[in-house]
Each structure stands twice: as structure tokens, then as C-alpha cells.
Design a protein around this ligand. Structure first.
Ligand code: FAD
Length: 468
């Protein structure tokens, strides 16, 4: 058997599978290594896809509970079959992993099952349970080994009562209560899933607001809206410990006033972030370095200290997002083939799939203020949108931040129904440097959520909104 390739990709998450497909398309004889039973990595198996399946199911329920009667639709006997919901989530994941198997075959990519460990910069040892170790060599390697859930001092994830997102996506019995440590993206999304099916949910967040990595106004607005739905939210609160017994967990935290408060819940979800994953990768057999946070160090081309080894996705610096990993995968391969493909990290959108959804791209208002950058602001509340009123989805706002001199879009921050899709237009506008003046002149279908952009750009360019 010939064990040599042009390209071996280690890890089959969105970074890895995209790299393998792009590599094969560009003519590289390619293999992908995955130690997990299915392809797709965190995103497909225990991240983006299963969480969105549960968010979509529960969004439907929320629509029935909160909007149907108002819309003149009487629905009786609404019940949640938690098992069926989890079953559907599994099916959705399977459709996606099956799709990846198909794509590997279609692109003639060899799938190697097992854990890859560098033997030297040009070869890996593949270890798989019940099989003899195999050595594979390659001209190029791409490390796409992703990340794992992390925790904080005083809190140990036991995967029984004190759980990570992975377990929270696969509970078999609907819990009565859930304490979520961390009000970032994963925390608020899973808090929403469980609150919607009737679980008593409490979020304890260290920062002074939810979604601390995003524009301040977004987190504040989301906090107001999630509280209105019944989620208990404690910000500026530092978790000290989580202690589990057979039936429940005690979570102690220091509140705003410095008082120690203890909450009891059936489960405690630890959603305080993720750490890069390089365990067992054999980096010490190469010159590759990791930084203090454990991330594989790369240059602008995502090349490591070994010139034939690149790294992408969650295992390197930058936001931990599936599309960032995918973009980096294509960039590395294009560059290897001499096609210039830079990434502007400022134009990678950040999306939170709560309801309303939250999305942002470019600079936040807080960043512009801190940097002393002058800006114009056009803010449009969805209460003034005809479409939002028709859809009974008037919560939230859209905010554009533009350069006062040239009208370039510096940032767009949205909290609203469909924000996840709306943000695409903002990315495009920024990437092609369209001015607020021009963006206010193009035609937006009426009535749509997207026409909120028109009013926002009319305001930021100094002409005044039509609908406010
Ligand atoms: P991963 O997807 O983590 O894949 C790495 C793979 O490498 C794994 O399958 C692992 O088993 C394998 N591996 C590791 N070491 C080895 C080895 N030595 N040998 C062989 N295989 C190895 N992002 C979004 O953009 N949108 C979302 O909606 C979203 N939702 C999320 C929800 C949750 C609950 C979570 C946890 C994450 C979410 N993310 C989301 C983040 C997203 O999942 C990650 O950013 C993305 O998966 C990173 O892709 P990756 O290819 O770098 O690594």
C-alpha cells in the first residue's frame, strides 16, 4: 500500500474537511485523518449543527406558545416530546455526516481513521484501536484539530451533573432546572433551548453583560429580552465553585455586591469557552510552537515553524467559528497553488442563534469609542418596521457605524429576527467598500427585515430616515 500523499489534513471539522476538499479540487493527492467515529468535527457532531437543530425545534414551539393565538391560530394540547426532539437532532447530524462521507468519496479523498501523531515534519503515525500503527508521509500537512470545552477554577466538568455543551446537546431526560455558567454564545443558545421547553434556566456571567465579546448594546438588549422570557440572568457575578451530588449541583458565585450566593440546579452547564486541542499530536517531534493559550503558532499565511505544515481553525489564534476555519482552509490551499487569497478577519461575521438572533461584523461601537475613531451611527429599531410588525417580531434594532468622511461601513451590529441572514449584506458592503450614501440609495424589497438597512444608512449619511 502506498502511504504517501501530497496533502494530509489532520482533523475533519469544518476547517479539515474544507481543506481536504479544496486540496483535492486543486489536484493534491489528499488524505484526511479523524479520530472520532464520524467526520465533521465539533461543528457537525457536537456544535453548530446539533445546537441549531434544537434551536430550530424549540423556536417552533416558542412561536406556537407566544405568537400563534395572537395570529388567530388556536393550537391545543401542545406537548414537548423531548426524546423525539433529541432524535431529530441526531438525524440532522447524520444527514450532515453522511453528506461529508459522500463528499470525501466524490473528491477521491482517503479517509484515515485514528489519531495522528507527528513522527517528524514529513510523516505521522496513525494509531487506531484494534489496528497496528501505520506511518503515512506527505509533502504538506494541515493541522485542523480544533478545540475542546474548557472550565474555570473550582468547577470540574464531570459529564454527569456538571456538563459541557457536548452533554447538554444529548441529555436523554428533560431536566427541571439548569444553571449555565457563562453568558457567551454557547451559553445563551443552550439556555434558550432549555428555557423554551419549560426548564428553569439561570445564567451566571462574570462580565457586566451577556455576549461580552460583542457590541455592548447587543448584550444588554439580549439580556432584557431573555429575562422577559423567564431566564434568570446574573451578570458581574463570579462563579467560585460547582459541587455535584447524585441528583443536583450547587453553584456558588460572588454577586455584584460581593455576597456569596448559592444556586441549586439539576444540571450545571459550563459554557466558559473552549481551548485549542493538540493532545497526542506529537508537536514535540517538530519545530512547531504553541503560545501561552496552547494555540499552534502560525504566520500570516497560517504556516507553522515547519514550512510544509499549516494550521487552521480553532487550534490557532482568532475567533472560534466554523466559517473562519473554512475560510482559512481555502486560503491555505489557494496560497499553496500560488493564488492570492488573503482573509480580512475584521469581516468575519459573528452570529448568535437566540431569538431574536444577534449578529455583528466589523468594529463594535465600544471599539470605535475606545480607539477615538470618529463615526456616524444609524440605528433603526424594528418596532418601526412594517415587516417586523406583520411578523410579530418587533424586538431589537439594527445599527450601522460609518466613517463620517468617506461613508465607509466600519461595523454593523444587529439584534433582530433573521439577523443571522441580514449580516451577509453587511459583510458584502464592507468588503466592497460601498458607502452609506450608496447603500441608502439601492432598492430594498418592501416589506422586509432588510429594508431596515436603508433607514439606518439614511440616518448615518445624514439624510434622515423615512420610517422613523
Ligand atoms: P473541530 O470542528 O473541533 O474539528 C477538529 C477535529 O479534529 C475533531 O473531529 C477531532 O476529533 C479531530 N482531531 C483532533 N486531534 C486529532 C488527531 N490527533 N488525529 C485525528 N483527528 C484529530 N461556530 C459557528 O461558526 N457557528 C455556530 O453556530 C457554532 N455553534 C457552536 C455550538 C456549539 C455548542 C459549539 C461547541 C461550537 C459551535 N461553533 C459554532 C464553533 C465551531 O464548532 C468551531 O469553531 C469549529 O468546529 C472549528 O472547526 P475546526 O475544523 O477548527 O475544528
Amino acid at each position: 500500500m502506498d502511504n504517501s500523499y501530497d496533502l494530509i489534513v489532520i482533523g475533519s471539522g469544518p476547517g479539515g474537511y474544507t481543506a481536504a476538499i479544496r486540496g483535492a479540487q486543486l489536484g493534491f493527492h489528499t488524505a484526511i485523518v479523524e479520530k472520532y467515529e464520524t467526520l465533521g468535527g465539533t461543528c457537525t457532531n457536537v456544535g453548530c449543527i446539533p445546537s441549531k437543530a434544537l434551536l430550530d425545534s424549540t423556536e417552533l414551539l416558542e412561536g406556537i406558545n407566544l405568537k400563534a393565538a395572537k395570529a388567530g391560530i388556536e393550537v391545543e394540547g401542545v406537548k414537548v416530546d423531548f426524546n423525539r426532539m433529541i432524535e431529530r437532532k441526531k438525524q440532522v447530524v447524520k444527514l450532515n455526516t453522511d453528506g461529508l462521507n459522500y463528499l470525501m468519496k466524490k473528491n477521491k479523498i482517503t479517509v484515515l481513521r485514528g489519531t495522528a501523531s507527528f513522527r517528524d515534519p514529513h510523516s505521522i503515525v496513525l494509531t487506531a484501536p484494534g489496528a497496528e500503527d501505520q506511518v503515512y508521509s506527505s509533502t504538506y500537512f494541515i493541522i485542523a484539530t480544533g478545540s475542546k470545552p474548557s472550565t474555570i477554577p473550582g468547577v470540574t466538568i464531570d459529564k454527569k451533573r456538571i456538563i459541557s455543551s457536548t452533554e447538554a446537546l444529548s441529555l436523554t431526560i428533560k431536566p427541571s432546572s439548569l444553571i449555565v455558567i457563562g453568558g457567551g454564545v454557547i451559553g445563551v443558545e443552550l439556555a434558550s433551548v432549555y428555557q423554551r421547553i419549560g426548564v428553569k434556566v439561570t445564567i451566571v456571567e462574570y462580565s457586566d453583560r451577556l455576549l461580552p465579546a460583542m457590541d455592548k448594546e447587543l448584550g444588554k438588549e439580549l439580556e432584557k429580552l431573555l429575562k422577559r422570557k423567564g431566564i434568570g440572568i446574573f451578570t458581574s457575578s463570579k462563579v467560585l465553585s460547582a459541587t455535584a451530588n447524585e441528583e443536583s449541583v450547587d453553584v456558588s458565585y460572588l454577586d455584584k455586591e460581593g455576597k456569596t450566593i448559592t444556586l441549586n440546579g439539576e444540571y450545571c452547564l459550563v459554557a466558559v469557552g473552549r481551548k485549542p486541542y493538540t493532545t497526542g499530536l506529537g508537536l514535540s517531534n517538530t519545530r512547531i510552537l504553541t503560545d501561552q493559550a496552547g494555540r499552534v503558532m502560525v504566520d500570516d499565511k497560517l504556516q507553522t515553524a515547519e514550512e510544509n505544515i499549516y494550521a487552521i481553525g480553532d487550534v490557532i489564534r482568532g475567533v472560534m467559528l466554523a466559517h473562519k476555519a473554512e475560510d482559512e482552509a481555502v486560503m491555505v490551499l489557494d496560497n499553496l497553488k500560488g493564488m492570492k487569497h488573503p482573509i480580512n478577519y475584521l469581516r468575519i461575521p459573528n452570529v448568535v442563534y437566540t431569538w431574536p438572533e444577534v449578529a455583528g461584523v466589523g468594529y463594535t461601537e465600544d471599539e470605535l469609542i475606545a480607539a477615538g475613531t470618529p463615526y456616524n451611527k444609524g440605528k433603526f429599531p424594528f418596532i418601526a418596521s412594517a415587516k417586523a410588525r406583520a411578523a410579530d417580531d418587533t424586538d431589537g434594532f439594527l445599527k450601522v457605524l460609518t466613517d463620517p468622511k468617506y461613508g465607509e461601513v466600519l461595523g454593523v451590529q444587529i439584534i433582530s429576527a433573521r439577523a443571522a441572514d441580514l449580516i451577509a449584506q453587511a459583510v458584502l458592503s464592507m468588503d466592497f467598500e460601498i458607502t452609506d450614501n450608496e447603500l441608502a440609495k439601492i432598492s430594498y424589497a418592501h416589506p422586509t427585515f432588510s429594508e431596515a438597512f436603508k433607514d439606518a444608512y439614511l440616518i448615518s449619511s445624514g439624510r434622515g430616515a423615512i420610517n422613523l
